[in-house]
Design a protein around this ligand. Structure first.
Ligand SMILES: CC(C)(COP(=O)(O)OP(=O)(O)OC[C@H]1O[C@@H](n2cnc3c(N)ncnc32)[C@H](O)[C@@H]1OP(=O)(O)O)[C@@H](O)C(=O)NCCC(=O)NCCS
Length: 179
């Protein structure tokens, strides 16, 4: 109960804010992402190298509590059409063309936003902050958001509440939500 009240107070006092990620936030963002995705990479350095181009692109956001990064949503301007073309050229490592089922059944524009990684620290979960980060992306002028889910995370049922699967490989799903 105390935890809930604290969270509520934070909401009211606006101590929890969403900001576009700046250079000074990088270490905090890497720590938050590493704490959630360490099983998917071999080291923090590998994670840093993978996400470097997405950190300070003026689009990716973080959630801060009194200056400390407690959540991250890495974003990238990219379309599903572009992704599917790359899969067809067999250029996407996690989606080998001959093992990928594409089920997209409608035409989508090229004005897409890609959600790369979403993460909230465990002690802040379940209070609506994940949805706060997601909601922020709905008004950026894109037609839809899409992303890839690693099957190891076993969270596709949660994503299916808002998203539709448009591709599946042996190890990944790809899902989208039209705005
Ligand atoms: C996913 C995550 C960011 C949600 O953060 P949160 O602050 O607890 O989210 P909220 O309290 O705002 O709840 C938001 C939604 O997230 C969903 N959710 C909960 N756990 C989730 C998970 N592991 N993966 C995806 N969605 C999840 C909830 O069902 C809820 O959906 P609803 O509003 O449709 O009921 C958080 O659980 C997390 O960091 N998980 C570990 C990292 C991860 O798995 N990220 C997704 C990678 S594909």
């Amino acid at each position: 109960m105390r935890e809930y009240i604290n969270t509520f107070e934070n909401f009211n006092n606006n101590r929890i804010v969403i900001e576009v990620i700046k250079q000074d936030d990088n270490d905090g963002c890497i720590d938050v992402l590493y704490s959630n995705f360490k099983d998917l990479v071999s080291s923090k350095e590998e994670l840093h190298n993978k996400i470097k181009p997405r950190l300070n692109n003026g689009l990716s956001i973080c959630l801060k509590n009194e200056g400390q990064v407690v959540g991250v949503y890495l974003l990238n301007q990219n379309s599903i059409n572009n992704f599917i073309e790359s899969v067809k050229r067999n250029e996407v490592y996690d989606f080998p063309y001959n093992e990928t089922i594409i089920t997209l059944d409608e035409d989508l524009s090229d004005n897409g936003l890609q959600g790369i990684a979403l993460s909230v620290l465990p002690e802040y979960r379940g209070a609506g902050y994940g949805n706060m980060l997601k909601n922020y992306t709905y008004n950026l002028g894109y037609d839809y958001i899409w992303g890839v889910q690693d099957k190891k995370l076993e969270n596709i049922e949660q994503w299916k509440r808002t998203r539709k699967i448009f591709a599946e490989s042996p190890t990944r799903y790809a899902t989208y939500l039209k705005f």
